[in-house]
Design a protein around this ligand. Structure first.
Ligand code: ACM
Length: 636
């Protein structure tokens, strides 16, 4: 009796400690090395933090204070000199540790103390982010949480990034997001050690940055007509509809956001997208287009302005490469942007320039003759090279989407590869710097689950595909690949909650692809960490998509040409229950085990995933008519 009591308690002990261990270390992005030691550090009620008194760390001190005091209610004191018995010690290495570089850190948590060492302030900041992820998820609360033991497991972490360019692109043109929303975006990205915000500031739907020498860009170009529904299908606004939707950042706003980002070790890459995607600028200054603004009904409000299947522009949204005033205009824009943004690169777009109106332009024909340009790609290349010269004359480096390769790349251009990895590979082989942001892996504006249950976008990119993002393709010299980034286009993103839903958790997958060692990436442990992280985001009140738990539908035909429905899931260990009788399935319904034949008169297949007897995915209602359609046409 006694013996069995002892073994039962031992069993309980093992199960309990396993349960703790299996969830307690769950750091995203995965560090280079984590060694778990015995014991825990328990936060005292009076937290004392030593950190160097450096201007670069002033805001880190405030962040640290807030992040520890808000959820615990404890007092947090920052000491600028080493203090006896300090709870957390942040220090800069006197002699640089070569392994850590400029952003790496060593973190040590013992039962007595916490220390973070780095070569540079950025490393200390990232060490703090890791440390916070070691504490219980309630550490994300903005108000005091009672009855929690604020403990972190004893660990030794050595960590540094794989790439120096770890980006997220934020399109504030298609829908405008306020200065505060941009700051919130930065706050969320730095938790996962992103260090670059690519700010897409201009497009057909709005010009968002004040250019003092060209006031109409924002007086006219920042405003369209509010539309809600499916972007690209809206009616052309009538002249009487108010153009009061949109907004822009003043130069003071821009400076404030740059400073906010800097304090969090984030560089901001400004993008002015030219010569295409320029309807906002052309509406303000119609003389900048070759046609004078054919088809222009004002800054786009999301109506159809391009025929995507035939690559034809219905409205002239291109700057005119044959008009010298365009280069004068760009010089003014780039001068002010170069003065505002300290980052060494300026992104000048170059994507999706449909040549419809250039082809009809006599001025472009003359330009081609004069400069011996053989085709429209060479015309765009001529434009790109001229713009590169302007950018370089302001002391900056010119960057463009991979279309800038067509017709001949400008001599020093940095290429951002988005139409897959192909453009990046080509540019790297030519010895150009490259940032990888392929739509095939990191277009986080795409749907992340079945289109039947997601807000409509024209393509799908699931979390597990995003996780496969590998910025350095085989056969390419890694030294040319600066890193990678995910792109968040906002045609279909109307508000900040939906923005978060689109970024997370795919942003976590990208964070791991650009920070963690390649050999440390592992889908199933990542999926578990994502789930733990959802608990944190719930407390932080950040919205995220749970689509990784949704069932995936694939339809095929059997030998007799009848439909078979194959169901699967992205993450392991889920049970799928289904119904064909229109009722809502639960875990008392049939459990999916092999491809399903569809009952003759069924109209709907309803499916839901469970784990350990609890629903975990959403119920998805799939019309049989939709499955039949898919059996005819491939894809989701
Ligand atoms: C792009 O997605 N048009 C760069």
């Amino acid at each position: 009796m006694k013996k069995s009591f002892i073994s039962l308690s031992l069993l309980f002990f093992y199960v309990f400690s396993f349960a703790q261990n299996s969830t307690e270390i769950s750091i995203i992005p995965e560090p280079v090395s984590v060694v778990k030691n015995d014991g825990y550090f328990v936060l005292p009620q009076s937290v004392s933090v030593d950190m160097p008194a450096s201007a670069e760390l002033r805001e880190v001190a405030n962040i640290l204070k807030e992040r520890f005091s808000a959820p615990t209610g404890y007092s947090v004191t920052i000491n600028s000199k080493p203090t006896e018995g300090a709870t957390i010690q942040l220090s800069l290495n006197k002699t640089a540790d070569k392994v850590l570089g400029s952003e790496g850190y060593n973190l040590s948590v013992t039962s007595k103390t916490i220390s973070i060492k780095a070569n540079q302030p950025a490393g200390l900041f990232y060490g703090v982010q890791t440390l916070l992820q070691l504490f219980p998820k309630e550490i994300e609360s903005k108000s005091p949480v009672k009855n929690i033991s604020w403990q972190a497991p004893a660990v030794t972490v050595t960590d540094y990034p794989r790439f120096g360019w770890r980006g997220l692109m934020f399109d504030v043109s298609r829908h405008f997001f306020t200065k505060q929303e941009v700051k919130d975006f930065i706050d969320n990205m730095v938790r996962y050690k992103f260090n670059l915000l690519h700010w897409h500031l201009t497009d057909d739907e709005g010009w968002r940055i004040e250019i003092k020498s060209l006031p109409k860009l924002t007086q006219v170009g920042a405003w369209n007509v509010k539309r809600v529904g499916t972007f690209g299908t809206f009616d052309i606004p009538s002249p009487s509809e108010p153009r009061d939707y949109g907004g822009f950042y003043t130069q003071e706003d821009i400076k404030e956001v740059i400073q906010y980002a800097k304090e969090r070790f984030v560089n901001i890459l400004p993008e002015v997208d030219v010569p295409g995607h320029s309807l906002a600028a052309i509406t303000a200054y119609p003389e900048l287009s070759c046609s004078g603004g054919v088809g222009n009904n004002g800054v786009s409000s999301g109506q159809e302005i391009k025929d995507w299947s035939h690559h034809v522009a219905l409205v002239d949204d291109n700057l005119c490469p044959a008009n010298e005033n365009v280069y004068v205009f760009l010089d003014k824009v780039i001068t002010e942007i170069a003065q505002l943004f300290p980052f060494e690169y300026i992104h000048m777009g170059g994507d999706e320039t449909f040549k419809t109106f250039w082809e009809k332009s006599d001025a472009v024909k003359q330009l081609m003759q004069k400069n011996k340009l053989k085709n429209m790609e060479e015309v765009q290349s001529y434009f790109g090279k001229r713009v590169e010269k302007i950018v370089e004359s302001k002391g900056k480096k010119f960057m463009g989407w991979d279309e800038v390769l067509e017709g001949g790349l400008a001599p020093n251009a940095v290429v951002m590869s988005w139409r897959g990895m192909k453009g990046g590979i080509e540019a790297a082989k030519m010895g150009h710097e490259v940032v990888m942001s392929p739509s095939t892996f990191v277009y986080i504006d795409y749907m992340q689950g079945d289109k039947i249950s997601e807000p409509p976008v024209y393509a799908t990119l699931r979390l597990n595909k995003t996780y496969q993002f590998e910025p350095v393709p085989d056969g390419v010299d890694a030294k040319y690949i600066k890193g990678g980034q995910a792109n968040l286009w906002t045609e279909q993103i109307y508000n900040t909650r939906h923005l978060q839903y689109m970024v997370w958790p795919r942003g976590l997958a990208v964070a791991e692809s650009v920070w963690s060692p390649k050999e440390k990436k592992n889908w199933s442990s990542f999926a578990k960490k994502v789930e733990n992280n959802f608990g944190r985001m719930d407390i932080e009140q950040i919205k995220y998509a749970r689509t990784m738990f949704d069932p995936i539908f694939n339809v095929k035909k059997d030998a007799k040409d009848s439909l078979l429905v194959d169901l699967s899931t992205e993450v392991e260990g889920l049970d799928i229950y289904y119904s064909f009788d229109n009722s809502h399935p639960d875990n008392f319904y049939p459990k999916y085990s092999s491809p399903l034949s569809i009952p003759k008169e069924a109209v709907m297949l309803k499916v839901i995933t469970y784990r350990d007897g609890k629903p975990i995915g959403r119920q998805i209602d799939m019309p049989i008519s939709e499955l039949k359609k898919r059996a005819g046409a491939k894809g989701e």
